[in-house]
Each structure stands twice: as structure tokens, then as C-alpha cells.
Design a binder for this molecule. Structure first.
Ligand code: UD1
Ligand code: MG
Length: 451
């Protein structure tokens, strides 16, 4: 392979009109990241030495996303969105400079696996000049069909709109990824015309033109799931569902228990250790790491958080970006943690907001405790020391520091720092009037008018 350095060109300029969206199609997310990001990650994983992306002129957000994922990517503009061949040809300078293999990928096929891209390259090594990824579609509507000759070589790809009734009965469809070992690919693509139903320049027509030059195209098969192309919101949902099924399977294979897998939502980068148990109805956004033996109880929402080994989170907990839950710590129901660490063995079991702070090792945060982190302009830090005990319904007004081992009386509004091992109380002294309630009832009972 070393003699054939790989250039992967990702096509992302299509308008995606059927999405009916202000957001460019390829920026719609699957599992917490854009379809474009999925395509670029696959391209990298397949061993691309160079990456190029084709975007539409007004799509600055698509360009920015491509550069965020792959800073070294070459970006090309397709001036008029006139089909996939025209899009690929928009990367002409890169194609002309390149000596080696080229894969053209679509950015709207987020489930494709790098192994399938490598299989395309293997077909080139086996002697093909072009390799086309195909799949047996349960419902082939909308996909291009691979036309094979008696020897199983691809002679042409016929788009659905241009296919005859008979061709539409072919189940083998174009998944969208094609690999080329062609000396002058730009020249081949430039010969593609737009004499078809959509008046578009179809990349798929490269196959028939190559065949007329005596070049061979071999089909490589992938699963229908991998080939799911997203042209509509319904297909976006189908791709998300398929992606989730695959991710849940992988998580379980790696040794986690999902009690009701179909109700757990994973992000593209969710990292889950062994013997982690996840109860029903849990959502993970990007950036979550869960260490071995942690237990996530039902109905939690977790984004950008680290959960330490043996920790217990939920039910109904919300962990927001920057939450770091230490080993064996407990985060209970209706507790929200944001940009804060709750260190090993610490507990916040009920109804609390822990934002912009630290809860030291073994500390206890009582029910209803609020870290008052925001003054309307800036966020401030709350530091609760190791082994401290914060009584229920306390407000800790940041910036504030509670020393190691200190006690905070229930209901206190703490505005200045508390030294280690001290008791801080901030509330009116309790008053008691003996017999008052009985007298009150007697008086009121006499005065009560009939309803
Ligand atoms: C395409 C294939 C079809 C295949 C299907 C698989 C062609 C002609 N058809 O159809 O054979 O079965 O994908 O999902 O290739 N794009 C551009 N510029 C354009 C047009 C498209 O950059 O002018 C990009 C889109 O952003 C998209 C990709 O190319 O990422 C594919 O285009 P799309 O319009 O979705 O093609 P399909 O109709 O899905
Ligand atoms: Mg498509």
C-alpha cells in the first residue's frame, strides 16, 4: 500500500433540499457529531495520507467543521451544486497533484466503516482500477443500482431516477464510496456528462466510461446498515437508530450491562469501562467517560462528564460538561453537577446544584444545597473541603471556601469562608411559645363561621 498513498475526497456540497433545514445537510448530527465529522473520522481511520473536502461557497459552517475535525484538510468549493461528479472534479487541483489511490466518499453516509474503505483498496490491489461499494438494499428506492456482467464486474451504475423497471428490481445498490487507481482521474471525471433525469453530473457514470476504456470496476459489499444514506429527516432518524444499535452492541461486548439497551443513548465517543451497569432511559452526550464498576441508575442525562470507578449516579441525575465524579462517590436524584468535581466517596444524594466548584473527598452535600455560582455577570468557585458536612437547604454563595471537616447548619446562606472543623450557622434563632398552637385552635374554632 505504501506505493499508493491515499487521498480521500469527501463530498459535502450538496444542498440536501429534502432535509428542509437552515442547517446544511452534512452538519446534522448522528450520535452527537455531524455526519461530516463521521465521514472524516472514517477517512482518517482508513489510512488517508491526504484529506480533501468539497463544500458549497456559502457553507462557511461546513468548511469550519471540516477544519475543526481535520486541520490539515484541503478545502475546495463547488460553485454550482450540479452533481457528485462535478463535486469530485471541484477537487481537481488535489486530484492532479496526487500520485496514488483516491477514494471519493459522501458526507451523508455516517455509518460507513473504515474496514469497508480498506476493502475497496484491497480490490484495487487485486487488480481493479475502480472499486465500488455496494450493498443489498431491503428497500432500494432512491439508490443507484450496480449493473454487473457475467463475471461479476460492474459495467455501470444506474441512478434510480434513470433506471428501467427491470433495473429497479436489482437489489445491489451503490453505497456511495468508490476507490480509484486511475492514472488521470480528473480527466476521467471530466468526460462525464449530464444527460440524465436530474441534469446532474453523476460520479457513478465514471464506471461505464472506464468500462468503455477497458478498465475494470469490481464491487465490494458492505451491510445495508453501513450504507444508510441520509437525504431526509426520516433517514436521519433511521441512521441514528442504526448507529445506536451498533454502539450499544459494542458497549455490551466490552463488558457493560445495559438493562434495556434500546433506551440508552450513546454519543460517538462515549467510553464505558467493564462491569458498568446502566439502567433504562439514560442519555449520554459527547465527552463522557465511565470507569469500571460504576452504576448509572435510571433516567440520567450526562454530557461531558467523567464518572469514576464504582460511583453511583442517579436516578434522575444531570451531569453537565466538566462534571468529574470521583471513585465511589454518590450523586442522587435531582442533583445537577456542572464544571465541578465531586471527589472520591463524597455524596450529594438529593436535590442539589453543584456548579463551578469542588466537593472534597468524603464530604456530604445535604438535600437542597445550592452552589450560588452566578452573580448575573460572572461565575465564581465554591470549594468544599474534605470530609465537610453541608446541611440540607444551604446556599453557598460563591466565591466561598468551606474548610476540611467543617459543618454548615441546615438552611444557612453562607457568604464568607468557613474555617476547617468549624460550625457555620446563618439563620434566625428558633423561638418556641409553649401551648400557643392549642390556644390558637381554640380561639379560631370559636370564631369560625358556618360555610
Ligand atoms: C448518491 C449516489 C447513489 C447512491 C447514494 C448512496 C450519485 C449520482 N448517486 O445518491 O448512486 O446510491 O448516493 O447514498 O452519486 N454532493 C455534492 N455536490 C453535489 C451533489 C452532491 O457535494 O452537487 C454531495 C452531497 O453533500 C452528499 C453526496 O454528495 O454528501 C451525495 O449526494 P446526494 O445528493 O445525497 O446523492 P444521492 O441522491 O443520495
Ligand atoms: Mg445521499
Amino acid at each position: 500500500m505504501a506505493s499508493h498513498p491515499l487521498l480521500i475526497v469527501v463530498l459535502a456540497a450538496g444542498q440536501g433540499v429534502r432535509m428542509r433545514s437552515a442547517l446544511p445537510k452534512v452538519l446534522h448530527p448522528i450520535a452527537g457529531r455531524s455526519m461530516l465529522a463521521h465521514a472524516l473520522a472514517n477517512a482518517r481511520a482508513a489510512g488517508a495520507a491526504r484529506l480533501a473536502v468539497v463544500v458549497a461557497p456559502a457553507m462557511d459552517a461546513v468548511r469550519a467543521e471540516a477544519q475543526r475535525i481535520a486541520p490539515d484538510i484541503e478545502v475546495f468549493e463547488q460553485v454550482v451544486p450540479s452533481g457528485t461528479a462535478n463535486a469530485a472534479l471541484s477537487a481537481r487541483p488535489a486530484l492532479e497533484r496526487h500520485r496514488g489511490d483516491v477514494i471519493v466518499l459522501f458526507a451523508d453516509t455516517p455509518l460507513l466503516e473504515a474496514t469497508s474503505l480498506r476493502a475497496l483498496l484491497a480490490a484495487l490491489d487485486a487488480g481493479a482500477q475502480i472499486a465500488a461499494l455496494g450493498f443489498e438494499a431491503p428497500d432500494a428506492t432512491g439508490y443507484g443500482r450496480l449493473l454487473l456482467d457475467a463475471k461479476g464486474r460492474v459495467t455501470a451504475i444506474r441512478e434510480h431516477a434513470d433506471a428501467s423497471e427491470e433495473q429497479r428490481r436489482i437489489g445491489l445498490c451503490n453505497a456511495g464510496a468508490m476507490a480509484f487507481r486511475v492514472v488521470d482521474l480528473a480527466a476521467l471525471l471530466a468526460r462525464i456528462g449530464n444527460d440524465n433525469a436530474k441534469r446532474e453530473y453523476y460520479l457513478t457514470d465514471a464506471v461505464a466510461i472506464a468500462a468503455s476504456d477497458g478498465l475494470t470496476t469490481l464491487p465490494v459489499r458492505c451491510t445495508p446498515e453501513e450504507a444508510l444514506g441520509v437525504n431526509s429527516r426520516e433517514q436521519l432518524a433511521a441512521a441514528e437508530a442504526a448507529w445506536q444499535r451498533r454502539a450499544r452492541r459494542r458497549v455490551m461486548e466490552a463488558g457493560a450491562t445495559l438493562v434495556a439497551p434500546e433506551t440508552v443513548w450513546l454519543a460517538f465517543d462515549t467510553a464505558i469501562g467493564r462491569d458498568v451497569t446502566i439502567e433504562p432511559n439514560v442519555f449520554f452526550g459527547p465527552g463522557v467517560v465511565i470507569e469500571d464498576g460504576a452504576h448509572i441508575l435510571a433516567n440520567c442525562h450526562v454530557v461531558g462528564a467523567r464518572i469514576g470507578g464504582g460511583a453511583r449516579v442517579g436516578p434522575f441525575a444531570r451531569l453537565r460538561p466538566g462534571a468529574a465524579i470521583g471513585a465511589s462517590a454518590h450523586i442522587g436524584n435531582f442533583v445537577e453537577v456542572k464544571n465541578a468535581s465531586v471527589e472520591a466517596g463524597a455524596k450529594a444524594n438529593h436535590l442539589a446544584y453543584i456548579g463551578d466548584g469542588r466537593v472534597g473527598e468524603g464530604a456530604n452535600i445535604g438535600a437542597g444545597t445550592i452552589f450560588c455560582n452566578y452573580d448575573g455577570f460572572n461565575k465564581h468557585f465554591t470549594d468544599v473541603g474534605k470530609g465537610a458536612f453541608v446541611g440540607s437547604n444551604a446556599s453557598l454563595v460563591a466565591p466561598v471556601k468551606i474548610g476540611d471537616g467543617a459543618y454548615i447548619g441546615s438552611g444557612s446562606v453562607i457568604t464568607s469562608s468557613v474555617e476547617a472543623d468549624a460550625l457555620a450557622l446563618e439563620r434566625a434563632r428558633q423561638e418556641q411559645r409553649s401551648g400557643w398552637a392549642a390556644k390558637f385552635r381554640a380561639v379560631m374554632g370559636r370564631r369560625k363561621k358556618p360555610l
